[in-house]
Design a protein around this ligand. Structure first.
Ligand SMILES: *[C@@H]1O[C@H](CO)[C@@H](O)[C@H](O)[C@H]1NC(C)=O
Ligand SMILES: *[C@@H]1O[C@H](CO)[C@@H](O)[C@H](O)[C@H]1NC(C)=O
Ligand SMILES: [Zn+2]
Length: 355
């Protein structure tokens, strides 16, 4: 018994630093996405997730957190974030895939991997369900500013207070601020919260913004640069400065399809890149995707505007900090839910299918 207790507390301690948007944030992202699925994407989601997850991206969104420290899945824990080695306290925020994902194990590569895998009909039902649950989760995590920040372990090592309770900055963003908001304003019900975000997208304050969330043009320069220099497979797109979400997914899937069945696409990419750019390049880390990097940069930029702008000892859940953080969290969750729907729609219906 004692050893069971010891094991459990070790697991609990280990789990703390890399906690993600808490369950509420992930579920909200999933419920928002579910609302905007196109017919084929919806059919796949429902049959893949089945009754275990109420056929819903909302219910399935937290699975990836529940397994990341379990035997057989510990390799997945670095995939929940990218450690941007920038300087948010000096006002310098940035994300670079080569600098920050040098070992090829981060949320950017994971999104590419599971985008390819969810579409791969040669994989088993269980493997494609796993890929869907990872995408459902990682498109949420990438919207959490402290999942795109290396400073103080993404804020895990910064002590903070939320509603009088001791916590850390990362956890306040994952859980504390959001759960107070849902508790105070949405009857403590995540579906009610998600419904309010959905209404804002359909007819409220997000309506005019939503189409911009699907463009991946704001900061595509690094991506465009690598498209020009690296082998992109069958149909390199000349108009790389304006990568859209459709271009991104279509290009990735076309490339995967052109590789031999049963052949690991990431190894293949690494091999071809070593040939092209020299053996020193961290080749396997470069994904051909533009959009996830744009999403990461958007999140990371909040490190320079809102996330670290508190005064010493300020209660993050009862002060002006809370008032500034809530709209950012609402926006990021709505945006990532909408993007998740669009991403799956492109994969399964061939088009984002959204206004
Ligand atoms: C599935 O839906 C039912 C009814 O709405 C709910 O009570 C249950 O908690 C849901 N299960 C999951 C895994 O979300
Ligand atoms: C891709 O997904 C498979 C299956 O989950 C996993 O074993 C592999 O480590 C993943 N690779 C990357 C780079 O995420
Ligand atoms: Zn996570």
């Amino acid at each position: 018994m004692l050893s069971v207790i010891t094991t459990l507390s070790v697991v609990a301690l280990a789990a703390r630093p890399a906690a993600a948007w808490g369950a509420l944030g992930h579920e909200a992202v999933g419920y928002v996405a579910q609302e905007f699925l196109a017919p084929e994407a919806l059919a796949f989601v429902q049959s893949s997730l089945g009754s275990t997850y109420n056929e819903s991206l909302g219910a399935a969104a937290t699975w990836a957190d529940s397994i990341k420290y379990t035997k057989g899945y510990t390799w997945s824990s670095p995939l929940h974030f990218v450690d941007a080695e920038d300087s948010p306290l000096s006002g310098s925020c940035s994300v670079s895939e080569t600098r920050d994902c040098g070992d090829g194990d981060c949320i950017l590569t994971a999104i590419a991997n599971y985008t390819t895998r969810v579409a791969q009909t040669s994989l088993s039902k269980a493997q494609r369900q796993e890929a869907l649950k990872f995408l459902d989760h990682f498109l949420g995590d990438i919207g959490q500013p402290l999942h795109v920040e290396a400073y103080e372990v993404g804020g895990n090592d910064i002590d903070a207070t939320c509603s009088g309770k001791s916590t850390n900055l990362h956890s306040a963003w994952d859980t504390g601020i959001l759960s107070k908001n849902i508790d105070d304003n949405y009857a403590n019900d995540v579906q009610t919260y998600a419904s309010s975000l959905i209404s804002k997208i359909k007819s409220g304050s997000y309506k005019s913004l939503a189409s911009g969330w699907l463009a991946c043009t704001s900061t595509t320069k690094p991506a465009a640069k690598r498209f020009l220099h690296l082998d992109l497979g069958p149909s390199p797109n000349a108009d790389l400065g304006s990568a859209s979400l459709e271009d991104d997914v279509t290009r990735l899937l076309a490339r995967a399809a052109s590789l031999d069945a049963g052949f690991d696409e990431w190894d293949a990419e690494a091999d071809s890149l070593v040939g092209l750019v020299g053996a020193k390049a961290p080749a396997a880390t470069i994904t051909p995707l533009a959009c996830p990097l744009v999403w990461a940069k958007e999140s990371n930029a909040y490190g320079c505007s809102v996330v670290f702008s508190y005064t010493s000892g300020e209660d993050l859940c009862t002060s002006s900090y809370y008032t500034k953080a809530v709209p950012v969290i609402d926006l990021q969750i709505a945006k990532q839910g909408y993007r998740l729907a669009a991403w799956l729609n492109v994969i399964f219906d061939g088009d984002a299918n959204l206004p």
